[in-house]
Design a protein around this ligand. Structure first.
Ligand code: NAP
Length: 470
């Protein structure tokens, strides 16, 4: 027998949300492996398309009305415009600018959630003030923080360090929390509450800016993953406001994945989460770091080829320069020619090498390097003393010994790949340019180090040619 309040459309809607949730989870699972990541994106995307279509067609408000046709048309047009812009951007943007683009997308998610929450504050049918206020605060922090992260990754915004920032940020965090609490006190009346909601809107935007501005050195990756999780939380808040399960679940999945990533990044970088939230962590300014003098020793392509070809164990340490030069394919070719000649080749992967989490893994997977050859930092470090040659390709901060022995350095405390333990070190980079943390690197002056200057792709091409001709 059918219950009197049974509605077929509501049941189909609920079922579609359940299906969308399953598709999100399958997508997320597939995203965890480079080989299936592309498919994972499509699965999760299919879930989102399903949820959007069924919401547009079947969602009913408290009065039992479906979405008016003119509103549905506007929504479809806006989605279509966004899809076109996203499509064009994604095709135009260079692989090396992907981290910036991800930050920008993250910012748009935060902005959308913050604006939705602002609009829905006080609207009839929206019963949860706390969720709405948190939606405003978290969405806005994610928006302005991600825009600053975008500017920093793009080299447009420089770190803004000052010892007082820590206290200002702590104050801003307390002020934001206090505003949320005060607005919820009924005694202040609706007019004052409305004004304070606008104040909260502005303050949380400012806090997002201030909290990311001082973060520099090697600490950006932690902040980027934290902002990512905040966007998820904000989207989940918006989902609660609209009582929409697909939105809640999508937001929670992003929030949870981002939180796990943040914790892993904190561990990898040896930082505490509280420091991230208050901001201004990561030690002194780059200028505070010691300058070094010493002798730079170069190596020719032919000598480097001989050294590599007659080694038993070679470890490649890729970094941002490999991504920038798009040298992953030729790097994989170098690996193939060396392996064919009996050399054992492995890759040492630092958790923050490049400009986004998993950057090196993605590039090397694209170049069909077998996944077993990629060894995480903590697993390869104990073996670095047995390595004949460490080949550093466009990496700098992630092999900088200042992280171990220079307390004044902005990267002090961050674990590094112990390239300095290898018997020989070859560094491939264009010149003496600094890395993201903008500091000198002692390793380049190490007695065992030989510099092989040039664009990573061109140098690797010459090396491969030389070894093939041997
Ligand atoms: P890095 O410290 O930024 O150094 C990259 C090096 O590559 C530079 O010193 C540069 O020197 C060289 N280079 C640039 N273009 C090149 C080219 N075409 N050919 C050859 N070499 C080239 O890189 P990293 O060691 O990978 O360290 C990553 C840094 O980024 C860390 O500080 C990390 O905290 C930060 N970061 C990471 C993430 C993340 O999630 N992974 C996010 C934000 C920030 P030359 O100019 O002399 O060539």
């Amino acid at each position: 027998m059918v219950r009197p309040d049974f509605s077929l459309s509501a049941a189909i809607l609920d079922l579609s949300y359940l299906l969308a949730a399953i598709l999100f989870v399958i997508g997320l699972k597939k995203l965890s492996k480079p080989e299936s990541a592309r498919a994972g994106n499509l699965w999760a995307g299919a879930g989102m398309v399903l949820a959007m279509i069924t919401t547009l067609l079947l969602h009913k408000n408290a009065q039992g009305n479906t979405i008016p046709l003119q509103n549905a048309i506007v929504v479809v047009l806006v989605i279509a415009a966004g899809t076109v812009v996203g499509w064009v951007l994604a095709r135009k943007v260079q692989m090396t600018a992907m981290p910036q683009m991800v930050s920008f997308y993250n910012a748009t998610g935060g902005a959308a959630s913050g604006l939705v929450a602002l609009m829905e504050y006080g609207s009839p049918g929206n019963s949860s003030i706390l969720v709405t206020l948190l939606g405003i605060a978290v969405g806005n922090i994610a928006f302005s923080g991600s825009m600053i992260a975008y500017g920093k990754l793009d080299g447009r915004i420089r770190d803004w360090l000052s010892p007082v920032m820590k206290y200002i940020n702590l104050f801003m965090l307390l002020l934001t929390t206090a505003l949320v609490i005060i607005i919820m006190i009924p005694a202040i009346g609706p007019d004052l509450a409305q004004i304070l909601v606008y104040v909260l809107f502005v303050i949380s935007l400012v806090y997002g800016i201030l909290f990311v501005m001082p973060i520099g050195g090697a600490d950006m990756p932690v902040v980027i993953s934290l902002l990512n999780s905040l966007t998820g939380v904000a989207a989940a808040m918006a989902g609660f406001i609209y009582d929409n399960q697909a939105m809640i679940l999508g937001g929670i999945l992003v929030g949870a994945a981002g939180t796990v990533l943040t914790i892993l990044m904190c561990r990898a970088m040896n930082r505490s989460l509280l420091n991230v939230i208050v901001g201004a962590f990561g030690g002194e300014s780059a200028e505070g770091a010691k300058s070094i003098s010493g002798v730079i020793r170069e190596i020719s392509v032919s000598d480097a080829s001989i050294l590599l070809n007659y080694s038993q164990k070679v470890v490649i340490i890729p970094g941002y320069g490999m991504a920038s030069a798009q040298a992953q394919h030729i790097c994989s070719e170098l690996d193939n020619v060396l392996s064919a000649n009996g050399v054992e080749v492995k890759y040492a992967i630092h958790p923050v090498a490049g400009r986004m989490p998993g950057h090196m893994n993605v590039l090397l997977a694209e170049a069909h390097v077998p996944y077993e050859k990629l060894v995480e930092m903590e697993h390869i470090n104990p073996d670095m003393g047995n390595v004949d040659v460490a080949v550093i390709i466009g990496a700098n901060d992630v092999v900088n010994p200042a992280a171990l022995d220079e307390p004044s350095s902005p990267i002090y405390g961050m674990p590094i790949i112990l390239a300095n333990k290898a018997k020989n070190i070859i560094v491939i980079k264009r010149g003496m340019g600094k890395g993201y943390a903008a500091i000198e690197n002692h390793l380049f002056y190490n007695e065992k180090t030989r510099m092989l200057f040039g664009n990573a792709k061109e140098v690797l091409q010459k090396l491969v040619g030389e070894i093939k001709g041997m």
